[in-house]
Design a binder for this molecule. Sequence first.
Ligand code: F6P
Length: 496
Amino acid sequence: MSTTAPSARLFDFIVASNRLPVDSVVNADGGQGWSRSPGGLVAALEPVMHSHDGAWVGWAGEADLELDPFDIDGLHLVPVRLSAAEVREYYEGFSNDTLWPLYHDVIAAPSFHREWWDAYRAVNQRFADIVAAVSAKGAVVWVQDYQLQLVPKMLRELRPDLTIGFFDHIPFPPYGLFSQLPWRTHVIEGLLGADVVGFQRDADAGNFAQAVRRLKGYATTGSRIEVPIVDESPGVRVFSPIKRGAPSRTVIAKKFPISIDADIYRAAAKDPGIRARARQIRADLGNPAMIMLGVDRLDYTKGIRHRLQAYGELLAEGRINPTEVILVQVASPSRERVKSYIDLRDEIELTVGRINGEYSELGHQAISYHHHSYPREEMVALYLAADIMLVTALRDGMNLVAKEYVASRFDDDGVLVLSEFAGASDELTRAIRVNPHDIDGLKDAFMRAVEMPHDERRSRMRYLRKRVFDNDVEKWSNGFLEVLAHHRHEKDTRSR
Ligand code: F6P
């Protein structure tokens, strides 16, 4: 990747996300280089940024990096510096050890620390200041995800001329869980600084509206929330409907299910080199009759433990023959200094070791396990090689891996097993849908996938492919940005 320094300029369109699309890495020669950042957020926003001449504000993935704005692969990047303490307290702490578990059904226990909250506020303020400094008059700013929930309000205070959108990539929790957060009202106020707040599912938008009603007492009608310009609400749990005639602004809160650039996956899957690689992968695995595949960040929300348990039991019961079937599990490294992630890695790798120790034979592994990230080409080859894709998340905003698998299967083959707790299950209704907590149900679903007749596989995959291609990432971003533009137009008309 080659970089150039751009001239200082103001932008009409700005995206702000915790991570930039590239992470700083040390090259083999000891110099500084860049690698693609992990996660679905970057994958979804990259095509959006390529079609807008905007700036992307975010962190370069390493502490204490002092970087000027730079261009890379046609993207204008504006780095935000985080100190080592902020990486610990804002990123690993408040974002990933408080909000992440709280927003994912408390699968792991969230930690509440006041210093982490202070760091979260300080970093959100820095993002707001930097975005304000690079925004042209009347610019559109699109803030992304749970790490930056305070930015919309901070930005509105700095720059009332801006139109501000926010998109939450992860679930928004039910009020009964959200209300545990000591700073819950500040978070709601932060988000309400946006003109449009987007979520993955109706349920997330509903949970947010409920939190707004309970904590602020504002009226919500469908996707519209009336927010008084002067906030007189006393705060917690007091209902204070807006006084008739009091000036207010409307915030739209609704779902915009995120997606992928499906054409890129289809094109890659048709590439002769990638198809040859898929055949090579099958051969390297011993040409088994059936390949099952799991691809996840190594995260406790992904249900990898449940998947392994179900698979191990099927082997133990002799329902799966390890010389015929193999499970390939790619677990990409993630948040490696957060304790719950360290513990999860130990647990997963112990389980994989046990299953392999018990059921692998020379030349035949029961589970082929990889603690790596791979480039897109290799992932597509894996998707093509895999007969069955296992997505068993306990809770997931969307799960773009499910959509990537479907988009890659131009041969209309392959079976998707999909958790009903992943946002993707709202759209991909002809996947084999599972409740991953129900291990017997999961085992039956795996067997159903293994035994599914070819015609059924084909008809289901065709349906899934239509859904993914009809609702790709362009539709997601255009849908969001159109609502934002419409909202701005309404605002302009009202203030005239
Ligand atoms: O979509 C959820 C998300 O947390 C993104 O915000 C993030 O970029 C991605 O997953 C990967 O996580 P992290 O940036 O913590 O490595």
